[in-house]
Design a binder for this molecule. Structure first.
Ligand SMILES: C[S@@+](CC[C@H](N)C(=O)[O-])C[C@H]1O[C@@H](n2cnc3c(N)ncnc32)[C@H](O)[C@@H]1O
Length: 497
């Protein structure tokens, strides 16, 4: 690891002035390009740094057509602004400083090609390009900082820009700038977690400091987004002095072939981390397939996990399967998963699940994902509240939470965001059992308290955290001296979602 350039150091100095206890540097990384490194030991759970988005907007290929260009809420009430045609959902958004700035920019610099074009169509075109517009209206100093970020070649069609150009005459230097922005946003932006209460579109943002974090399939941080879309990066594990600070660019529970393929397609690199290099993925066997030999109960795993064209081998009968057959199985699995209806996913008698079970063992990431989604969904839908779950469903939810927590722990993912969410749901099951059978409370008390306390510490401040997280901690967490009936008030109250 060698020293960062002067500009990067200056950039970091600017940030450290904004924030106390700054204990990171930008250095060359053995993983790729530059990365962030700890200048001192960082304890698990500590806040490492905060950063505001330079700009944020809809994720690529956003399918939603009508959303407000100011607050990003999806609403049928959205109407095209009379001056610039971007959608706004209310007069408040229409007169906001952000909208006025954007509005003047479009009105002053971009001319419509066809004055007869429908306002809603123009608004839809502009909506998809909002992140690029936000970059265009940045002050010069912030635009200058963009040169610090790594860029990638734009291989796919840049549809948002092409559609914009069919609608507006756009100055050449704006087109050039939007191409630069796209090449930066593609590899440096972060998906912003959603506020469950607000119906906002899926967003991504460029976070200037977070953009220097390299990827690890077992990261040592978690990201927390607040209501203003600021991003806080916390240590999900103890981080040694000099250690690289990493984030996970994919789903934590995806199997290695899926993660590696996604990283290659979206971020242009093949990951070579310890997890990717271990065919069992720390014993979790997330990518395992059933042996194709019908009389064998073994599993297939890649022979050379870092080679995307490797053969797969059975751990019992040693049968060797070429990559093209594996790819075929993966695509059958993809279409089976695509036809799976979420409502039925808890039932093993479901025919799709039965067909999946022909190809994959229980440990495969597809089953892990189904179990995870089921764990989070059971008793937390508009139709069925946890209080209405049958005993067997409650038990199923508990087992699903515990099983998925074991997988997260086996991966060595520490206090990942997902662990916080699963602990919250495990807590909800245990508290519900105690509510139903008060005699059980003493037996369950310590786990009820520990699970909510840990979930609270992990998820606190996150825009997507369960809304009753804090209240549950107050009433059911450690140190509560409320009488038994009052402790369970929260489970009967309107706050329970
Ligand atoms: C968000 S940037 C991270 C900062 C970047 N290294 C830099 O110098 O600006 C993402 C890019 O960093 C590189 N990268 C990140 N994690 C990596 C890893 N684990 N292995 C190889 N390259 C990685 C890839 O080029 C990727 O497209």
């Amino acid at each position: 690891m060698s020293k960062a350039t002067k500009t990067e150091a200056e950039f970091l100095a600017l940030y450290s002035k904004l924030q106390a206890n700054f204990n990171i540097v930008i250095e060359k990384s053995t993983l790729g390009g530059r990365g962030l490194f700890a200048t001192e030991f960082i304890k698990k759970g500590s806040l490492i740094f905060l950063n505001k988005p330079t700009a944020y907007g809809p994720r690529a290929n956003c399918k939603v057509k009508k959303f407000c260009s100011k607050c990003y809420k999806i609403s049928d009430l959205c109407y095209p602004c009379e001056k610039c045609y971007t959608f706004v959902c209310s007069e408040i958004c229409n007169v906001s400083t952000d909208h006025i700035q954007l509005c003047s920019f479009i009105h002053d610099y971009w001319k419509l090609r066809n004055n007869g074009e429908n306002g809603t169509d123009i608004a839809t075109t502009l909506a998809r390009a909002l992140i690029y517009l936000q970059f265009l209206v940045l002050p010069k100093e912030q635009k200058d900082l963009l040169k610090l970020f790594q860029r990638t070649e734009i291989k796919a069609k840049f549809e948002e820009l092409e559609t914009l150009q069919r609608t507006f005459f756009i100055p050449e230097h704006h087109i050039k700038f939007m191409n630069i922005v796209e090449s930066i946003v593609k590899i440096n932006s972060f998906r912003i977690s959603q506020n469950l209460k607000n119906k906002t579109i899926e967003l991504r943002g460029l976070y200037p400091l977070s953009a220097f974090m390299n990827h690890s399939c077992i990261p040592n941080t978690r990201n927390i987004f607040d209501a203003n879309y600021s991003m806080a990066v916390y240590a999900s594990k103890d981080i040694a002095k000099g250690e690289e600070i990493t984030s996970c660019y994919t789903g934590l529970l995806w199997c290695s072939p899926a993660r590696r393929c996604q990283l290659y397609k979206s971020k242009n690199f093949w990951c070579k981390c310890a997890r990717c290099n271990d065919k069992t993925e720390m014993g979790t066997r997330l990518s395992a397939l059933n042996c194709l030999n019908k009389s064998c109960i073994g599993i297939l795993l890649p022979k050379i996990p870092l080679d995307s064209q490797t053969v797969w081998v059975c751990n019992i009968c040693d049968i060797i399967i070429p990559p093209k057959n594996i790819n075929m199985i993966q695509s059958i699995l993809g279409s089976l998963v695509g036809s799976l209806r979420l409502d039925d996913e808890f039932q093993m008698e479901n025919t799709v699940l039965q067909r999946l079970a022909i190809f994959i063992p229980y440990s495969n990431h597809i089953f892990v994902d189904i179990r995870l989604r089921s764990a989070l969904k059971l008793g937390f839908t508009d139709d069925v509240n946890i209080k209405e779950l049958s005993e067997s469903r409650l038990e199923l939810k508990e087992n699903l939470c515990r099983g998925t927590l074991r997988t997260v722990a086996a991966l060595g993912a520490g206090d990942a965001h997902l662990r916080g969410l699963l602990l919250y749901h495990l807590h909800a099951v245990l508290a519900e059992r105690a509510r139903r059978s008060p005699d059980l409370y003493e037996e369950l008390k310590s786990e009820i308290e520990i699970t909510i306390e840990q979930a609270y510490n992990i998820l606190l401040g996150d825009i997507s955290a369960p809304p009753d997280l804090e209240l549950r901690r107050v009433y059911l967490g450690p140190g509560c001296d409320k009488p038994h009936e009052e402790r369970f008030f929260i489970l009967d109250s309107k706050y329970n979602y």
